[in-house]
Write a protein that binds this ligand. Structure first.
Ligand code: NI
Length: 201
């Protein structure tokens, strides 16, 4: 997910995600992965649960965090880099504070508030498009962290919106699916054009 139309740029070595510490016994440079752009059939699929938190997955999560910071964005889900598994990364910390990289594996919603919030959402797979989406203002999620430990956490504010937006990706759902069919059609047309232009470059 993009930030609410302001960029959260965090680049440079001092910003190395903390999850890197979890990668023991080898050191490898992180790399930026290409992000799939809508429309793409992989963005419409329901992802499979993660069954093994392997080093490969930890490396991929680090790559995804780097890719997200570079974009810049505040959330990125497995299918957006072509990995059809149920996990996403996010960092909704404020620009001026320390980064708070998170990896949520096999996330499930265990509670949502009745109160709702409307945020202007964007998506790294739908660049340049921002629309208001209304979702529960608070949400509790159960998930595995990058060490395979089960966690349950309550998210509010931007984190609640971001976590729900990313969880949607794991079910093949995009934020434009909350818009009218006409609006969605226009956005899809725009994205098709963008992809065509990019493929010519
Ligand atoms: Ni997204």
């Amino acid at each position: 997910m993009f930030g609410p139309s302001y960029p959260i740029a965090r680049q440079g070595q001092e910003q190395t995600p903390l999850v890197l510490r979890n990668i023991l016994s080898y050191v490898s440079a992180m790399s930026i992965r290409p992000i799939l752009i809508h429309p793409d059939p992989r963005l419409k699929k329901v992802c499979a649960p993660v069954t093994d938190i392997s080093r490969g997955l930890q490396k991929l999560a680090d790559d995804m965090l780097e890719t997200m910071y570079d974009a810049p964005g505040i959330g990125l889900a497995g299918p957006q880099v072509g990995k059809m598994q149920r996990f996403f990364v996010m960092d909704v910390s404020a620009k001026e504070t320390e980064p708070e990289p998170r990896v949520l594996i096999n996330p499930e919603i265990t509670w949502t508030s009745e109160e709702v919030n409307t945020y202007e959402e964007g998506c790294l797979s739908i660049p340049g498009i921002y629309e208001n989406v209304t979702r529960p203002a608070m949400v509790r999620m159960r998930f595995l962290d990058i060490d395979g430990k089960q966690q349950e956490e309550e998210f509010g504010g931007m984190a609640a919106t971001c976590a729900q937006h990313e969880l949607d990706h794991l079910d093949g759902k995009l934020f434009i699916d909350y818009l009218s069919a006409i609006k969605r059609g226009m956005i899809t047309k725009k994205m098709k054009k963008l992809k065509k232009e990019r493929s010519r470059e």
